[in-house]
Design a protein around this ligand. Structure first.
Ligand SMILES: Nc1ncnc2c1ncn2[C@@H]1O[C@H](COP(=O)(O)OP(=O)(O)O)[C@@H](O)[C@H]1O
Ligand SMILES: [Mg+2]
Length: 410
């Protein structure tokens, strides 16, 4: 009896543990698409892969595209649909960047798995799944493999192609050596657009009973820029924090803080200081900004977005500001002092705007002068053109004004 009770309580404990582990699971794993049909926005890749499911004839594959767009989820869903949950364990080898993948691993682990004969599916598996007669090796984040290891892989791929298919996954296809890329069918995964990502976030928020203020999910998508993994992770972190809010709702401002980006009011203030062109006030503000611990890299990124997308600025200013911010970003990545770099960047932006304004003013006054001189050119041309000593006609006066403009730009 007591034994039986013990068994019951063990069972209860196991169920409780299962529920707990389900609850503590990261949402990116919990909501990872289980079937190819659940993959959103990658219609091209999914349609072709579904066709290969029907014929069960798979080529070597190369998935490439930005992070968080469904590459890993797609191959995991595909292997599950090909082999079913049981057979998948013996038929699929998954190696990702956290595994050592130098040349020795390709020689040993990959080769050993590739040369194994394929395991036999059970009768049940054969009835329910295509169970094609080969194994699949997934090399996630293959662009972090050395060129030597990639070369070694090329031979393994060829030798064992009778019983093994490879799926290479990477962010940058250019980092995969040509002989390897040319042996694979390529599938491009595009950055997810707002509507697709939004419906996925709404679905997860509903399932997890997350409350949020208007504009919060849009803010998450804004911050994560097409990376659904980043978006889901941010939603999960924000949901934990929101329980401390009065109305238990996630707020857009809270999201900005969580993501480590500079809140809009502070960014607006920096932009206003730059527009005010008062260097002392910029220095004072940046001192405070740095003391408050905001990230310099993030504010550079946000300023870049602001200046580049704003129609108020002409192309020349946009180019100059881009160059300044690009330079600052590189220096920050190399570990220089954030406060000094930020000050330098903002002052440089002020200077380029100042130059642009004075340039415009010069142009305007030159235009006025030209207009005046052309109206009086027939009578008193001598005094107006005296500065350009040898000039004798109105065309030369216009060339002198364009020279002036060039000097100012330099
Ligand atoms: N196209 C997609 N459809 C549905 N969910 C996606 C998609 N892309 C990403 N996700 C979500 O983001 C998480 C990370 O996706 P993942 O496949 O690991 O991206 P990648 O391998 O391209 O970096 C998944 O758990 C899933 O919840
Ligand atoms: Mg991945």
């Amino acid at each position: 009896m007591s034994k039986f009770q013990g068994f019951e309580s063990n069972k209860k404990r196991k169920i409780a543990n299962d529920i707990e582990s389900e609850q503590s699971q990261p949402w990116v794993e919990k909501y990872r698409p289980k079937k190819l049909d659940d993959i959103t926005a990658q219609d091209h890749a999914v349609t072709i892969l579904k066709k290969t499911l029907e014929s069960a004839n798979l080529p070597h594959m190369l998935f490439y595209g930005p992070p968080g767009t469904g590459k890993t989820s797609t191959i995991l869903a595909l292997t599950k649909e090909l082999f079913g949950p049981n057979l998948v364990k013996s038929r699929v080898l998954e190696l990702n960047a956290s595994d050592e993948r130098g040349i020795s691993i390709v020689r040993e682990k990959v080769k050993n798995f590739a040369r194994l004969t394929v395991s036999k599916p059970s009768k049940e598996d054969i009835e329910n799944y295509p169970c094609p007669p080969y194994k699949i090796i997934i090399l996630d984040e293959a662009d972090s493999m050395t060129a030597d290891a990639q070369s070694a892989l090329r031979r393994t791929m060829e030798t064992y192609s009778g019983v093994t298919r490879f799926c290479l996954i990477c962010n940058y296809i250019t980092r995969i050596i040509d002989p390897l890329a040319s042996r694979c069918s390529k599938f491009r995964f595009k950055s997810l657009d707002t509507s697709n990502s939004l419906s996925r976030l709404e679905y997860i928020a509903e399932k997890e009973s997350v409350l949020y203020e208007d504009g919060s999910l849009e803010k998450i998508l804004d911050i994560s820029a097409g990376d659904l993994r980043k978006a889901i992770t941010l939603l999960q972190s924000a949901s934990k924090l929101s329980s401390y809010n009065d109305n238990n709702k996630i707020t857009p401002i809270q999201l900005e803080e969580l993501a480590g980006i500079v809140p809009t009011p502070i960014l607006d203030e920096i932009i206003a200081k730059v527009a005010g062109k008062n260097v002392d006030s910029i220095i004072e503000y940046i001192e405070k900004f740095s003391k408050d611990g905001w990230s310099g890299t993030s504010v550079i990124d946000q300023l870049h977005n602001y200046y580049i997308t704003n129609d108020m600025f002409d192309t020349k200013i946009k180019n100059q500001v881009s160059m300044i911010l690009f330079d600052t970003d590189t220096k920050l990545t190399n570990g220089t002092n954030e406060r000094i770099q930020l000050l330098n960047a903002l002052q440089s932006i002020v200077i380029s705007m100042f130059m642009q304004n004075s340039n415009n003013n010069n142009n305007n006054s030159n235009n006025n002068n030209n207009r005046n001189s052309s109206s009086s050119s027939s009578s008193s041309s001598s005094s107006s053109s005296s500065s350009s000593s040898s000039s004798s006609s109105s065309s030369s006066s216009s060339s002198s004004s364009s020279k002036k403009q060039m000097v100012v730009i330099r």
